[in-house]
Design a protein around this ligand. Structure first.
Ligand SMILES: [Zn+2]
Length: 118
């Protein structure tokens, strides 16, 4: 009996790191990261407006927008709406430094997309 308990305890300990992070914890982390990204953008004299964040439809099949783990941000520099992926590069690199995934790296680049992957 003691051996069974110790065996189960051992497997719990070695598999514990493999348990996926709880979704709500990840959403909370993501939202805090978005706050940091916004602060960073404004420190560079950029302006932002929200595009889509949480969505129920309209994105690709496994989109992180459906899990509240993605946001699209509209970027303005000196009042001009910046639409190119390359315009978002400084923000994308900052986002990546926080541990996020930037859409500018996607095969089909999506420069205004910032997410927190699995
Ligand atoms: Zn997006």
């Amino acid at each position: 009996m003691k051996l069974i308990f110790l065996t189960l305890l051992f497997f719990f300990i070695i598999t514990h790191d493999c348990i996926p992070e709880k979704l709500s914890n990840k959403q909370i982390k993501f939202t805090k990261m978005v706050g940091q990204l916004i602060e960073y953008a404004y420190s560079k004299k950029y302006s932002l407006t929200f595009g889509e964040a949480y969505a129920r439809t309209g994105h690709c099949k496994d989109s992180l927008h459906y899990k509240r783990l993605a946001i699209d941000l509209n970027l303005f520099i000196n009042g001009k709406y910046m639409t190119k992926t390359s315009d978002h590069l400084p923000l994308g690199e900052f986002w990546e430094s926080l541990g996020g995934t930037w859409g500018g790296r996607f095969k089909k680049a999506d420069g205004n997309h910032y997410s927190l992957g699995e």
